[in-house]
Design a protein around this ligand. Sequence first.
Ligand code: A2P
Length: 350
Amino acid sequence: KEYNVAILGATGAVGTRMIQQLEQSTIPVKSLKLLASSRSAGKQLQFKGQPITVEEATPDSFAGIDLVLSSAGGSVSKKLLPEAVKRGAVCVDNTSAFRMEPDVPLVVPEVNEAALKNHHGIVANPNCSTIQMVVALEPIRKAFGLKQVIVSTYQAASGAGQSALNELKQEAQDYLDGKDIQDDAEILPTKGDKKHYPLAFNLLPQIDVFEDNGYTHEEWKMIHETKKIMLGDMNAKYIKVTATCVRVPVPIAHGETVYFTVDDPSVTVDQLREALKGAPGVVLQDNPAHQVYPQPLNAVGKRDTFVGRLRADEENPGSFNMWVVADNLLKGAAWNTVENAECLVKDNLI
Ligand code: A2P
């Protein structure tokens, strides 16, 4: 069987990578439609060496489409994906629009591929920071159980889209040219909020908007998506999760310090290493004697999640620290989306 595929948001930071990941995937593509806003209609992009003209996305764009990969923002997904489903397509959505709907599987194939079979036309891709964290934690949870996670993120600008990446580069240039960059910001920390601050030579402890309890929505996502992916219930109590999310002036690839507590307090770092070695999607880069540890610069363009700096909390048996890095646009977005689609094809779920 071959599939008629559409990419919604094909011109964006994630969408352009979805095209590349689809090129390199095992999915047999009969035709590919590239959809974006009216601003991009007529623009040409390449797929397997052939030019494809970008079209404005409308409900009728999805007639005859079997598979939709989407990353054009939550409001666009909310409006257009139900139209695609109505026309018979299965959608893998990278936005947060449907992640917490009970009948929408939220899937990282290395962790909960089996949940895909419960889809009703839409599969959600988790938040980028959540994906790389659960890829690293799942082999540990499987082997030793998991009680608590305390994560701090160091998130790249590209997580907020191509325009945020452009903004960071412009600010950095202006800063080096000796200009005042306070007025440069129009997008970060988050487009939808009232105030904007420069990211270049700075740190912004705000990703997405604030909730009433003082957490940002990004932090909320890390807490509740982790529970839905690992335990099948966004409000599950068994694994306690808390998060602090920080935007850093890195273009691509998120870092995370993950502090976690396993069920069995006698577990050693060597046992953790064994569990992580060869785990799906994980590359262990952990050799302090040779200063080997994951770095964003080295993770760019890779599908893997890199784990290092594994060490025990010597004052709390059963608790550990680790450092996790992945390309937020690939494993955090485009690759996880295409990987979910590959699994849907493999499991005959389209
Ligand atoms: P366009 O390039 O035409 O604006 P990013 O996450 O990098 O900001 O990319 C967002 C993607 O979503 C782009 O491909 C963008 O297309 C697309 N997009 C934005 N608004 C719409 C819309 N109303 N309908 C379809 N696609 C949209």
